[in-house]
Design a protein around this ligand. Sequence first.
Ligand code: CP
Ligand code: NVA
Length: 307
Amino acid sequence: MRLRHILVPEDLSTGEIEAIFAVSEDLRAKYEAGIREPLLPGRVLALVFEKPSLRTRVSFETAMAHLGGSSIFLGEDCGFASSRESIEDFGRVLSQYVDGIVCRTKSHDTIGEMAAVSTVPVINGLSDSSHPCQALADLYTLKRHVGRLAGLTFSFVGDGNNVARSLAVACGLLGMRFVLAAPDGYRFDEAFLSHFAAILPGAEIVETGDPREAVKDAAVVYTDVWASMGQEKERAKRAEALRPFQVNERLMREAPDAVFMHCLPARRGEEVTDGVIDGPQSLVIEEAANRMHVQKGLLAWLLSQTK
Ligand code: CP
Ligand code: NVA
């Protein structure tokens, strides 16, 4: 079987995402019934992380344990993307020991360099430009909640960041309309928009500076931090620009039928208020839980193809 890397959502077809959701749903139902199906016995997943993580790290590690495999976490002391050795040597050696690699990197190019030399699948566990596993879990969560995805409007209010980009593409792949409400300078760049139009001709993506307009008819109102990891120095400037885009009770009243989602971690009181994140429309805990179920689906689907 051909070696596959999942670096961006468009590395998967619509049919493949649906197949992964079906495996995830089956494994989630079994897990809730107390069954942990060992679909990947003896398989080993390496997690190479250049940035902090709770959800991605733990959900991948528990996913592998539940599937009968194991995982190895490699943090800063492993010498990845440092002067210790080249990424090429690191990737060529690591992929001799393990069956898959999840990479969380500062630069998306680093994941590309790893994938170029790896002999096992590489999965993006977040880069500065993309977070495909988050987008998969989010749309799985929405599908479970609403019962369908095609035709729904997904409204992202806030910074047009890595999470927003992956969600926009995943929504396009699954027949949804994507709306981004952000101030000037925080919307998608031209390179992303022309790539989006090229890979998803006919998919609807709308950008607006008006958050109230953006959430009209939304099935989901989504936000993420205003300063992502690596942008800490810009926090004050970003907060000033993005403050009118806070998801608060007043904004959610414009979308009474929508659910609220956030990838977490959240900066409560900045991009979202306590009242919304802890409120009746919020799905954030179920969304985080689904990271594990969907990554199990992804791992079972991906790793069972390669050996
Ligand atoms: N949502 C998410 O990826 O969380 P972590 O940064 O904790 O992994
Ligand atoms: N946009 C955030 C997502 C964290 C899961 C970041 O990159 O820090």
